[in-house]
Design a binder for this molecule. Structure first.
Ligand SMILES: *Cc1c(COP(=O)(O)O)cnc(C)c1O
Length: 362
């Protein structure tokens, strides 16, 4: 059928708030040292890869996946110390879980609240589902401004509060006591996003059922399995039964189910990589701190945020890129992130190359 729709007709049909967005931009990279996306830089030992490929041979691509991902669920409950009475919903990455939570709750006048700066998907997905988004500025050292948080919760009565623990892009861990105060004050759901749990040593998982408005979200992405796309949402079964209703059937594909299950059976390999990353993070922090012109922020995640001398972030970013080192330039986000850059902890030699090029530029 030819409808003769032109650009104007399309613009009339697409919601204005969607037209105003830009698609989530991920730069295409060639052969660079890639320190921009919080990926684990390590692959598996060869023997393990061989075992994994052997397992994949038997995966039936002609069949739909187990919709409940029963076997993987059992493995995750054990690997993540999930309380026995808690409900679990799996997502195609935690991004999809954020979408499911908001799809289940979105309604005209309802709002979502988080802090600024934080993970950009909270705001983007709020916009997708037509909810108002409130970002409460952090203090200058990226800690929570509790007075402002509690006042904003009181004023806006948000249906959902998202808190990344540790926070991205600042890398710090908010006070657990502060988060509990927010959980107590919030009139709706509070989602504690523990994407960087593996590097942080601090969690609300054990206490998730102690608060009837708390959900804990985790992902395998930052643990070394970003390519698989698997996140999990944990909390009271009455919440998760409802959220599960907006999940598209078969959202976790057969290859992800088999591979994640296998990876978690070999958890020690991932844990060892994580420990190495934590150690290298301390070294990288030390070396960045020795560069006098930079302000470096302590991190409990697998990346480090630092502030360049005023007006220099773009040149530093471009200079690094030209020398084959890709990090993340956050300057354009403005506010507290003006002049800020974020580097993911890579392999020791990658971190070294980054420091060398950076020192040359400065
Ligand atoms: C990376 C990140 C996620 C996204 O994780 P996926 O499971 O890969 O979708 C969620 N929350 C925060 C805070 C992150 O930094």
């Amino acid at each position: 059928m030819v409808t003769g729709m032109n650009k104007q007709d399309i613009e009339k049909l697409i919601r204005p708030e969607i037209r105003a967005l830009s698609a989530y931009h991920v730069p295409k990279v060639g052969d660079v040292i890639k320190l921009d996306a919080m990926e684990n830089p390590y692959r598996w030992p060869e023997g393990l890869v061989a075992q994994w490929l052997e397992l994949l041979k038997d995966v039936e691509l002609n069949r739909y996946p187990d919709p409940a991902a029963y076997s993987l669920n059992t493995r995750l409950r054990q690997a993540m110390n999930i309380p026995a009475d808690a409900g679990v919903v799996l997502g195609n990455g935690s991004d999809e879980l954020i979408q499911m939570i908001l799809l289940a709750i979105a309604e005209g006048s309802r709002s979502v609240l988080s802090v600024t700066p934080s993970f950009v998907m909270y705001k983007m997905i709020s916009t997708f589902v037509g909810m108002q988004y409130i970002g409460v500025p952090l203090r200058e050292d990226f800690s929570l401004d509790m007075e402002a948080m509690l006042a904003a919760i009181e004023a806006h009565q948000p249906a959902v509060v998202f808190l990344a623990y540790p926070n991205n892009p600042s890398g710090n861990l908010f006070g657990a006591d502060e988060i509990i105060k927010i959980i107590d004050a919030a009139p709706g759901l509070v989602v504690v996003d523990e994407a960087y749990h593996a590097f942080a040593d601090s969690t609300f998982m054990e206490e998730v059922l102690k608060y009837d408005n708390l959900l804990v979200m985790r992902t395998l992405s930052k643990m070394g399995l970003a390519g698989l796309r698997l996140g999990l949402l944990v909390g009271g079964p009455s919440w998760l039964q409802e959220i599960d209703k907006v999940r598209l059937p078969y959202n976790i594909n057969v290859l992800t189910q088999a591979s994640a299950d296998f990876a978690l059976q070999n958890r020690d390999v991932l844990d060892e990589q994580t420990q190495r990353i934590c150690k290298d993070r301390e070294m990288l922090f030390q070396q960045l701190s020795e560069i006098e012109s930079l302000t470096v922020y302590p991190s409990r995640a697998n990346f480090i945020l630092f502030r360049a001398p005023s007006g220099q972030a773009n040149d530093i970013f471009a200079g690094l890129k030209e020398k084959g080192v890709l990090i993340k330039n956050l300057d354009a986000a403005g506010g507290l992130l003006k002049d800020c850059l974020r580097v993911t902890v890579g392999k020791a030699e990658e971190n070294r190359a980054f420091i060398e090029v950076l020192s040359d530029i400065l």
